[in-house]
Design a binder for this molecule. Structure first.
Ligand code: LMR
Length: 427
């Protein structure tokens, strides 16, 4: 029975064999897992032998040449840490320094959160690991609770809370008609959820839609959370990538802080420092006082210990160096602006090319949306045609990573999009 349940949850029904000699047939009931939409797009791209292929699948920064970038601030941090000894004591002390600096990035240098040590923070395996640690904490202390995820959201959010054993619900967020925010529906869903529910919010550069609430809308959302006593959990995967400014991109969380919420926040340095492969991130949860914070920290440490022991060291050294060295940090902030500007320029270029080609569809959303992604509105069959006929790869929901758009491929991409949407445009 348990095996059947597991099998149904993870797929692969027809592979199940009920047999008495189980010891010899341990894995007969295991079928293939369903493909992850993001890694699936990358695999399809890698398998394509065409030299003309373009990867718009993954949300990782690329330069004007379409190449992955090692930021200069990372190079300088590397030079500083070269030869450091990897002592365990150094690891834990640097870990807490990195956590403190990360918390300041969210709440501000002078925030009482830091001054009064009102947070339980822990180094995490990037944003994914931070979300998973929080999901485990949620299940441990609120075993009957659910998580409300935006519709739409990063596909992995569903996997993370599912695997932590927390049921998922969704609240309305994106409006396919306007390709913008469905604000009234969002507020209604927050209002109608049972009081004291857990909600996941994207504080900036929403993935996959690129659609963020305005400051005024955030204020309304925060007020409604107060009325309903909901718990806000922010997944901050792209701080700096919406506006180019770390402080502006933290505005939503700071509005919630002003309103007195206890907040959970996952941070990742995969995108804004280009350290995807190093898995450096942070989870912080605000507490009512220092004692509560330290008890919660001990719980988080215990959860992490049983999941992966301790996090990797090298990325930690890089991130702590960048965050604690004033010159290198300033360099990072300048580089963040350059990356954001490049992506914004590509948004304008792509829209202009589409309009120049005479597409009668409205492409305003390409420049209205922010962050790394453009939620293009392309239908799955159009995405398929882009792959097959033009060797352009994006996720099947039509999410296009603007970081993969460059001055030399914009015309090609715009023309391909125009070709596959021509029929729809005529309707
Ligand atoms: C993405 O959405 O493409 C990124 O967050 C990368 C990932 O791991 O999914």
């Amino acid at each position: 029975m348990a095996a059947t349940r597991t099998m149904m949850r993870y797929g692969g029904r027809r592979w199940f064999t009920s047999c008495s000699s189980r010891a010899l047939r341990w894995w007969d009931h295991v079928g293939p897992a369903s493909k992850d939409p993001i890694t699936g797009a990358i695999e399809a791209f890698l398998a394509d032998p065409s030299p003309a292929k373009i990867n718009l699948g993954v949300g990782a920064y690329r330069d004007d040449e379409g190449k992955p970038v090692v930021l200069q601030c990372v190079r300088e941090a590397e030079a500083k840490v070269a030869g450091s000894d990897y002592l365990e004591s150094v690891s834990s002390c640097l870990g807490s320094k990195m956590v403190e600096e990360s918390v300041k990035l969210v709440y501000g240098e002078d925030s009482f959160v830091f001054r009064e040590q009102r947070f339980a923070g822990i180094q995490a395996l990037s944003g994914t690991g931070a979300c998973r640690l929080f999901a485990e904490l949620q299940r441990r202390f609120y075993p009957d609770s659910e998580i409300y995820l935006p519709d739409l959201t990063w596909s992995n959010h569903h996997n993370i809370w599912r695997d932590a054993g927390v049921s998922r619900r969704t609240f309305r967020y994106y409006d396919p008609e306007t390709k913008g925010l469905n604000f009234s529906a969002l507020l209604d869903d927050i209002k109608n959820a049972p009081s004291g529910s857990f909600f996941l919010l994207h504080p900036c550069a929403h993935n996959p839609t690129g659609v963020d609430p305005t400051e005024e809308q955030w204020r309304e959302i925060s007020s409604m959370f107060k009325v309903k006593r909901h718990f806000p959990f922010f997944d901050m995967a792209y701080q700096g990538f919406a506006s180019g400014c770390l402080v502006k991109d933290a505005l939503s969380v700071r509005i919630f802080l002003e309103d007195g919420h206890l907040i959970g926040c996952a941070q990742s340095f995969a995108k804004n420092m280009g350290l995807y492969g190093h898995r450096v991130g942070c989870l912080s949860v605000l507490a009512n006082n220092t004692v509560q914070a330290s008890m919660m920290r001990s719980q988080l440490q215990q959860i992490a210990r049983s999941m992966y022991g301790s996090p990797p060291m090298h990325g930690l050294l890089l991130v702590s160096t960048i965050l604690t060295n004033l010159e290198i940090k300033a360099l990072w902030e300048r580089e963040l602006k350059v990356m954001t500007k490049r992506v914004q320029t590509m948004r304008t270029a792509l829209r202009e090319e589409l309009e120049k080609l005479g597409s009668s569809l409205n492409w305003q959303h390409v420049t209205n949306q922010v962050g790394m992604f453009c939620f293009s509105g392309l239908a799955p069959n159009e995405v398929e045609r882009l792959r097959k006929e033009f060797h352009i790869y994006m996720t099947i929901d039509g999410r296009l990573s603007m970081a993969g758009v460059t001055p030399s491929n914009t015309t090609y991409i715009a023309n391909a999009i125009h070709q596959v949407t021509r029929e729809r445009a005529r309707m």
